[in-house]
Design a protein around this ligand. Structure first.
Ligand code: TXA
Ligand code: MG
Length: 315
């Protein structure tokens, strides 16, 4: 079932059901974060391995305090700068957070989404909402309710509020003694974060094997390649291009422009939607994406493109 009824969606969350809902980044598949049974349903529906923990979404800072074990001044500094917004902070969890949410880790990822519908849903549900992106594990992230329906039509409810405005997942950081480390890149960049806290350049060791840092992710079901000399040498008559500069457009069966004005922000907004469109298009067999410079938001875009292409390397 899909529509825009926030009250109904909130009642579903209260009843321990699973609801897909919009955030500014991508659609999430949410359940009451404090109800382990409800959270288990997310893993089942998404076919997500139980070792991959979920982000907990809050609507105000009072909810933060009960979820973490030791308050840290720096979190409030980050919150005042970046929340609500696409930043997830990994913090030591309190006993209130069920282990199923964090896959048994002593930490929990928390963010306050910058989307009025998401915030209202959390408030009306009267609980923090645990939610991964609303796609089957490893597949393309959803930026519209229709993308959610493609793979998770069995969610109890899909709350539809149109296309998301950021388009790629939140930046994930972890606080260390000396500052912060980035676990996943997003539109909030290292440079912006450094205005609030120093960047800790020590390489990340311990958690890396665990959560979500898998090499393959966001992956279309069709061959997906990043444009370079060799991939561009293929027969393009059945290939679709995610185009940025326009320089590579010639010869492709179909081209989807990521941005009208060469803006990386727009590439992020449109990237997953274009992957879905080509995945659903019977005339397209191969999807190729134009790479961008790995600077600023370009780092997050390239991170996603490389993971999406990972399984198709050497094709
Ligand atoms: O923008 C977003 O972050 C979206 C929207 C729905 O909020 N959510 C999202 O969730 O991208 P998901 O589950 O697709 O990705 C969350 C990532 C996973 O890679 C997970 O491993 C990592 O966050 N994560 C969650 N809790 C963690 C923890 N305690 N320690 C380390 N990584 C964690
Ligand atoms: Mg995801």
């Amino acid at each position: 079932m899909s529509s825009n009824n926030i009250d109904f969606a909130a009642q579903c969350i209260k009843d321990g059901k699973v609801v897909a809902f919009p955030t500014e980044t991508v659609y999430g598949l949410g359940a009451n974060a404090l109800n382990p049974l409800a959270v288990t349903k997310i893993f089942e529906l998404k076919e997500r391995p139980s070792f991959d923990p979920l982000i907990v979404h809050i609507a105000d800072l009072n909810q933060l305090d009960e979820l973490i074990s030791s308050p840290d001044e720096r979190v409030y500094k980050l919150a005042s700068e970046f929340w609500p917004g696409p930043l997830t902070i990994i913090l030591k969890k309190s006993k209130l957070v069920p282990d199923v949410v964090t896959s048994g880790l002593p930490t929990v990822g928390i963010r306050m989404p910058n989307h009025s519908v998401a915030l209202e849903l959390i408030q009306k549900s009267d609980c923090p909402i645990a939610a991964p992106s609303a796609n089957k594990f490893g597949k393309i992230s959803p930026t519209t309710a229709n993308h959610v329906k493609k793979s998770l039509s069995n969610a109890d409810y899909i709350l539809d509020a149109g296309k998301t405005t950021v388009g790629i997942e939140s930046t994930i950081i972890k606080l260390t003694e000396s500052g912060f480390k980035i676990l996943r890149n997003g539109v909030i960049t290292k440079e912006e974060l450094e205005k609030v806290l120093p960047f800790d350049s020590e390489p990340i060791v311990e958690d890396l094997a665990a959560p979500g840092m898998l090499k393959s992710h966001y992956s279309p079901k069709k061959t997906f390649l990043i444009a370079n000399q060799s991939t561009l040498a293929i027969d393009k008559s059945k290939a679709g291009l995610l185009s940025f500069t326009g320089h590579l457009d010639n010869g492709f069966k179909k081209v989807i422009k990521m941005s009208q004005n060469n803006e990386l922000r727009e590439y992020a907004v449109n990237m997953f939607e274009a992957m879905h469109a080509f995945e659903d298009d019977d005339t397209i067999e191969i999807i190729i994406a134009e790479p961008v410079k790995e600077e600023g938001i370009g780092i997050a875009i390239m991170e996603k493109l490389k993971k999406a292409a990972y399984n198709w390397q050497g094709m």
